[in-house]
Design a protein around this ligand. Structure first.
Ligand code: 475
Length: 817
């Protein structure tokens, strides 16, 4: 036991909080109240460590990482916290003594869903690893009033429900009013002359007050508690008769509204840029507050601002926080009176940028008009950064206008945030080896040629504490019984499991655990979706955001094909299969939403067709989120990672499945490449075009899907079912758009942009290999165990150590109590 946890004290604390917060005794309490009381008791346990950690950081005058991110997809805190101070059995006991079940109490917590998908969840895994490894770090983000919407499926369609996660209060957060910071928008810049120097002052602006809320990030068993700081917005002075009298009434109302709207909601777009003014406001809001605060904190116990970068590093999680570059410049120039050269030196030694996607629709480009109107001083600085950079380009490539056109930061009336992030920092990294190579050789080729020293790869990782220890207790105990519990903080040790892969008894134990986890998921599905599934069937799972490049459509087209085979031949010899989907579509992404409807329509027909003897089931799990993800990964046999090669920067779900012993069915894309390298191609099912092939086709104007339509009867049959009402008898036209997207060259984009028909035959072949392989239970168990055993590389602990070694240069801190 660590971290000052004591069972009796904990019990008293629960009772005390129940009384103090709810004026109740435990026997009168609801489960929700019990959850709150337990959460407050957890906070009581860690609060001294939290304070001690920050005291220690101050004492050692450590270098601090600020992980700047629009998104932190944390998932529930309660279960994870209890695991981190290694008191799970005791807490379970205490709750049982009080008449409650820990799992049921954990289920009361809303998922703090302040993120969309991969990028936001990566940030959460990184915070977990940073605390566990003992590195000084803050996550900085936005306290959205409404997080990622909740998804309901009605009549097969996605319906979005606001995520009112704060409605009952959030017991883990602490409001830090003492660190409130003013953030200014709009107005104009006035130049004042002061003893021979120009000073720039913003006037006529509107402002909001940024108020931070801190959440504890608990290291595993090491007394370290770091902080996730998320900013709320408040009106600077609520309007009064006073301002009314002064004629400032209008402005006061506007400031009030600005404060209300700015943190209202998370934009639900994954891998997509929407260009909304409010989004840029959100970006500057949390960046200005975070950067101002970091500088202030540094100057509280240092006197030389020139050495700021020695004690601070800003990691930009994609381009969304890139205004940190000009904001830090602004503070150094305008508030500290540094010269441009001095300020630039400090800024470019502080900032580092991570790229998460090459999807062109995700590139942030702000119209100059909007950018300069909202952030007049920041825009001036961006222009000057650009002017100097263009000069540098011309010096390096005299007369080469093409280089300027491609690399300029301000061009064609737009501010290009990726270019600003690359120029304004000392590091640019991709998130998997293949992704970084594509950045260097294609997307960012010119930058790479000009400044190769900035480029580096950091293959993503995931935290085994949440995705095995917490999410899969049965497998987790089994692993610990076999090889000890080192793997919890040293995942590569899990390779010791490999020696058990051939042992029939271990294989049986492993398959029994998988079966029990499938029963658990089947229960969840029954309870939440009302569908009956057979845990003896193969659980074939694709859970991730819905996006055309991720090709959920290819998956369901293959299901339609299989169903046709079964209808032709009801005695078809196949292992029963449950195809499980889970995905949120961005609220405005019509084709993605139609794909959800298609999946549900296919499910409706197939699940109700008794003639196929239950050989296929299709399930769409409503509201895929971190908390049910833990249950889903644990139960999967097959992990669908089927993005068009070159499009998925890394993927991280692929790693969570592997860790839980699912076999990958995937393309050679993102981190799949490295997964296959670790586990061996013979223990995965790989298919499809390579990224080089895809890139070559794209360069040459695509391929002709009509050729496949003409020559492949089975594919043609499936496609015709999209437009003949086979799955939508009331509205045969319903899926016409999907049909057109695959075949029709009339539309503005190329037909079948994501090579679905091109890859479908080889996908079908890979699926057949899975059907054959699963019949040999011993082979399957061995391959699954080897997947678990080979997952060591994919811990986010490894990723963080690489960031520390190559980019952040932080020192580990020990916290003694
Ligand atoms: C990649 N999100 C994954 C993961 O590195 C990768 C959010 C808001 C606006 C625009 N885009 C986003 C992403 O771009 C995103 O989540 N990217 C993902 O980052 C972590 O594993 O391949 O798609």
């Amino acid at each position: 036991m660590s971290m000052g946890f004591d069972k009796e004290t904990f019990k008293k604390s629960v009772l005390f909080n129940m009384k103090n917060v709810f004026r109740k005794t435990v026997d009168e309490a609801t489960k929700e109240q019990m959850y709150q009381a337990v959460a407050y008791a957890v906070k009581d346990v860690i609060i001294d460590e939290w304070i001690a950690t920050h005291k220690e950081y101050e004492k050692q005058d450590v270098k601090t990482l600020y992980y700047l991110s629009m998104e932190f997809l944390m998932g529930r805190a309660l279960g994870n916290s209890i695991i981190s101070f290694m008191a799970q059995p005791d807490v379970k006991d205490v709750l049982e003594e009080l008449g409650f079940d820990l799992n049921a109490i954990e289920d009361q917590e809303p998922d703090p869903a302040l993120g969309n998908g991969g990028l936001g969840r990566l940030a959460a895994c990184f915070l977990d690893s940073l605390a566990t490894l003992g590195y000084p770090a803050y996550g900085c983000g936005i306290r959205y009033r409404y997080g990622m919407f909740k998804q309901k499926i009605e009549n097969g369609y996605q319906v979005e429900i606001p995520d009112d996660w704060l409605k009952n209060g959030y017991p883990f957060e602490i409001r830090r009013a003492e660190y409130a910071t003013e953030v200014k928008f709009g107005g104009y810049v006035k130049v004042v002359r002061e003893n021979g120097r120009e000073r720039f002052v913003q006037e006529g602006y509107q402002s909001v007050l940024a108020v931070p809320y801190d959440m504890p990030i608990i290291g595993y068993g090491n007394n370290v508690v770091n902080t996730l700081r998320i900013w709320d917005a408040q009106a600077i002075n609520t309007f009064s008769l006073d301002s009314f009298d002064k004629g400032d009434y209008q402005k006061a109302v506007e400031q009030e509204n600005l404060a209300k709207t700015i943190v209202e909601v998370l934009y639900p777009n994954d891998n997509h840029y929407a260009g909304k003014e409010l989004r840029l406001k959100q970006q500057y809001f949390f960046i200005s507050a975070s950067v101002q605060r970091a500088v202030k904190k540094y100057m509280e116990n240092h006197d030389d601002i020139h050495k700021f970068y020695e004690k601070n590093v800003f990691q930009l999680n994609d381009t969304h926080p890139t205004v940190a570059v000009p904001e830090l410049m602004r503070i150094l120039l305008d508030d500290y009176g540094l010269s441009w050269e001095e300020a630039w030196e400090i800024t470019t030694r502080t900032c580092a940028y991570t790229n998460h996607t090459i999807m062109s629709e995700a590139l942030e480009k702000w119209p100059i008009e909007l950018f300069s109107r909202l952030l007049p001083r920041i825009y001036q600085i961006v222009e000057e950064i650009n002017r100097r950079f263009q000069l540098k380009i011309s010096q390096m490539y005299p007369g080469n206008q093409d280089k300027v056109r491609k690399m300029a930061i301000v061009y064609d009336g737009q501010v290009r945030m990726a270019n600003l992030a690359i120029v304004g920092g000392f590091s640019v990294n991709g998130v998997a080896r293949l992704h970084t190579e594509i950045l260097k050789n294609q997307e960012l080729k010119d930058f790479y040629e000009m400044m190769p020293e900035k480029f580096n790869n950091k293959t993503n990782g995931i935290t085994q504490r949440r995705f095995l220890l917490h999410g899969n207790p049965l497998l987790s105990e089994w692993v610990t019984k076999k090889i000890g519990n080192d793997w919890i903080t040293n995942l590569p040790h899990i390779h010791r499991l490999a020696v058990y892969a051939d042992d029939p008894k271990c294989q049986q134990e492993f398959m029994d655990i998988k079966y029990q986890n499938k029963v658990r998921l089947a229960r969840y599905i029954k309870e939440h979706n009302g569908i009956e599934v057979d845990p003896r069937s193969i659980f074939d799972v694709q859970v991730k955001r819905l996006h055309e490049y991720k090709r959920q459509l290819m998956n369901i087209l293959h299901v339609m094909y299989l169903y046709n085979q079964l209808k032709d031949n009801p005695n078809l010899d196949m292992v029963p299969r449950t195809f499980i989907f889970g995905a949120k579509a961005a609220a405005g992404y019509r084709r993605a939403k139609l794909t959800i409807k298609l999946i549900n329509s296919v499910a409706e027909v197939i699940n109700n067709d008794r003639s196929i003897g239950g050989k296929i089931k299709v399930v769409f799990i409503e509201d895929y989120k971190v908390s049910n993800a833990e249950i889903i990964f644990a139960a999967a046999d097959v992990s669908e990672q089927i993005s068009t090669a070159s499009k998925e920067a890394s993927g991280t779900g692929n790693m969570k499945f592997m860790l839980n012993g699912a076999l990958t069915l995937g393309t050679m894309d993102g981190a799949n490449v490295e997964i296959v390298e670790e586990v061996g191609a013979e223990n995965a099912f790989i298919f499809g075009l390579s990224s080089d092939e895809v890139i070559r086709y794209e360069r040459d104007g695509g391929y002709d899907p009509m050729e496949i339509f003409n020559n492949n009867y089975e594919i043609r049959r499936v496609l015709m079912q999209l437009i003949n009402g086979y799955y939508s008898p009331q509205d045969p036209e319903l899926f016409r758009d999907i049909y057109n997207s695959l075949l029709n060259t009339m539309s503005s984009d190329r037909a079948d942009t994501y090579f679905i028909l091109k890859d479908l035959p080889s996908y079908g072949e890979a699926q057949k290999r899975i059907d054959q392989a699963y019949r040999d239970e011993s082979w399957w168990a061995k391959a699954a165990i080897l997947n678990v055993a080979s997952s060591g590389k994919f811990t986010s602990d490894r990723t963080i150590l690489e960031y520390v070694r190559d980019i952040w240069h932080l020192e580990k801190v020990n916290v003694e109590l």
